[in-house]
Design a protein around this ligand. Structure first.
Ligand SMILES: Cc1cc2nc3c(=O)[nH]c(=O)nc-3n(C[C@H](O)[C@H](O)[C@H](O)COP(=O)(O)OP(=O)(O)OC[C@H]3O[C@@H](n4cnc5c(N)ncnc54)[C@H](O)[C@@H]3O)c2cc1C
Length: 536
């Protein structure tokens, strides 16, 4: 094997280190850093001068993020033999905390890496334009829709599939605390004695923002979904309400589904390229023939017989929010940083039809500052820092969001009693994680939250007479963008003349109205199958 340039230097470097390390005993150094959720500790194992392993001993990071990001940052640090490496995108603060912890630990070995800030990264690569890559299907976006599309395309017989994801970790917004709505004919429903049908689903879900054909396709997809997921070992065993599902009574659906989809994609040997951003469509004579992509400073084309877009929404793009839903751009969002609607300008440029871009879903309460979705149920009281209630009766979600934004500090306190605590899993979870404040009396709660006691007592008269009481600092947040590119019931994208665009499919939140978890998986699955069938 002939090794070139950088690779050869790397092998020589590691060989030299290994020779030096030979016969040396392993040593452990523990360092601390601050991540997204607070302090984390890393055990750095060395042999002589060589960093041989990293172990995350403790942390308060978001579990589905740290689980995906730590192996990546660990690999980077071991490969570079230094904490001066690029952050894992999608986990910037976790990466920063780990890098700091490693640098601190290695001080005991006499190493000084200087001041590591959030912006500290590895050496920049030269800009390079690479040869094009050819494949059968390219999928842009590695969230629920993209992963489902990759699996179903493979199952439908497509041989060569490339999935690109602009972050360094997969699963998009789907990996967070997610309830899976709109699932029918599930094992869990049957166990509950719930009889549900495609017809009933269509009747309940038909709405003027979407075509009846798409609602029918979603219903049929939802009917087959539980069996498909279970075939991959993904079990949604808890059904509540009519069609809502969680993995278990005390476990959300997001991690269960996303871990399972990622595992399956790996098993199927799909070429997954993380850290790779889709920039533009390659269009020839009205037909889409590939995607232009960027990986760090490397640019190349992926030519494909079919392209599936699964890039999610634009809740994190203030410019697009200001353009399409003016006034919403000042609100917080629950979404991860990559929900930036990168392809909206591409749709405009190529005269692809878009719809419902002004329609947003607002989540009532996210925690300040951690942004976890919180709250729920009835019987809570919302007060401002002065302890006063301020909401008008029955506000719309946007009115609530704007009222909270207008309060001191642009936040409010979500105050509740033991009855609400007992009825809501999310509140129990957040208390267990120490994210809410608990007190035996209203006086104590007021003190802990720095709210005037008399005002809080006055505002909370409708709560239970005896404690404990709870409180959390909250805002409302943009949760999903409902609009996007228009696709038909087979997920084929449509242009402004109403014609189907050859070679282009779209699924999930990037499309008009498919903005919800189950719809993303259902239409992702359809897109994979349709794209695979189109190239046979
Ligand atoms: C905190 C939170 C909780 C939620 N809870 C629920 C819930 O309980 N129930 C529910 O139904 N829905 C919920 N949602 C909404 C749900 O997560 C989304 O509807 C769903 O994730 C959409 O899937 P998607 O694959 O279309 O998009 P995403 O999950 O956004 O995935 C898109 C992926 O594409 C990548 N990408 C973007 N641009 C590019 C590019 N240019 N090149 C390459 N890759 C790109 C992104 O990085 C991302 O990984 C929640 C959302 C959030 C943020």
């Amino acid at each position: 094997m002939i090794l070139e340039g950088k690779m050869k230097r790397k092998v020589l470097f590691f060989t030299a280190l290994s020779v030096l390390a030979f016969g040396q005993s392993e040593k452990s150094y523990i360092g601390k850093g601050n991540g997204y959720g607070g302090e984390l500790k890393v055990n750095v194992k060395t042999k002589g001068e060589e960093i041989v392993d990293l172990e995350l001993i403790s942390h308060k990071e978001t579990s589905p993020v740290v689980k995906r990001a730590f192996p990546v940052i660990k690999e980077r640090i071991i490969e570079a033999q230094s904490p001066i490496v690029d952050n894992v995108s999608g986990a910037t603060y976790t990466s920063f905390g780990v890098k700091r912890a490693v640098a601190q630990a290695l001080k005991a070995q006499g190493k000084d890496y200087g001041k590591i800030t959030v912006k500290t990264g590895g050496p920049k690569e030269e800009i390079a334009y690479l040869e094009p890559v050819n494949t059968d299907i390219v999928i842009v976006g590695g969230g629920p829709a993209g992963l489902a599309a990759a699996i179903s395309a493979k199952e439908a017989g497509a041989k060569n599939i490339i999935l690109i994801e602009k972050l360094d970790i997969l699963s998009g917004n789907g990996k967070f605390d997610m309830n899976f709505f709109d699932l029918i004919n599930s094992e869990a429903q049957k166990k509950n004695g719930t009889f549900d049908t495609v017809e009933a689903f269509v009747k309940d879900k038909a709405n003027k923002m979407d075509t009846i054909e798409r609602t029918q396709a979603q219903a049929e997809g939802a009917f087959k979904l539980d069996a498909w997921l279970r075939g991959m070992g993904i079990e949604l065993n808890h059904n509540y309400g009519l069609r809502n599902h969680m993995a278990e009574k005390d476990a959300y659906a997001g991690e269960e589904i996303q871990d399972g989809l990622e595992k399956k994609v790996k098993e199927l040997g799909i070429d997954v390229r993380t850290g790779t951003k889709g920039l533009d469509l390659i269009v020839k004579d009205g037909e889409v023939t590939g995607v232009k992509v960027q990986n760090k400073n490397k640019f190349y084309d992926i030519n494909a017989k079919a392209v599936i877009l699964a890039t999610g929404g634009f809740s994190h793009n203030k410019e697009l929010l200001a353009k399409y839903a003016p006034g919403s751009e000042t609100l917080a969002t629950s979404n991860q940083m990559s929900a930036t609607g990168d392809f909206i300008p591409v749709f405009e440029k190529n005269n692809l039809k878009m719809d419902n871009l002004d329609v947003l879903s607002i989540f009532s309460f996210i925690l300040v500052p951690s942004r976890d979705l919180t709250g729920g149920g009835d019987g809570y009281i919302l007060v401002n820092q002065e302890g006063k209630t301020f909401l008008k009766d029955k506000p719309t979600s946007m009115e609530r969001a704007k009222s909270i934004e207008a309060q001191t500090g642009s936040y409010a306190y979500y105050i509740y009693d033991q009855d609400l605590y007992d009825s809501f899993y999310r509140l129990q979870k957040h208390n267990n994680l120490g994210l809410h404040t608990k007190a035996e009396t209203i006086e104590e709660l007021a003190k802990k939250l720095n709210i005037p006691v008399e005002e809080l007592k006055n505002s909370t008269k409708t709560l239970r007479k005896e404690g404990p009481y709870y409180g959390a600092k909250v805002q409302s947040a943009i949760h999903m963008t409902k609009g996007g590119v228009v696709a038909d019931e087979k997920t084929q994208v449509v242009n402004t003349k109403g014609e189907k665009v050859k070679g282009l499919y779209a699924a999930g939140e990037v499309t008009s109205t498919s903005a919800a978890y189950s719809a993303a998986v259902v239409f992702g699955r359809i897109a994979g199958e349709e794209a695979a069938n189109s190239i046979k």
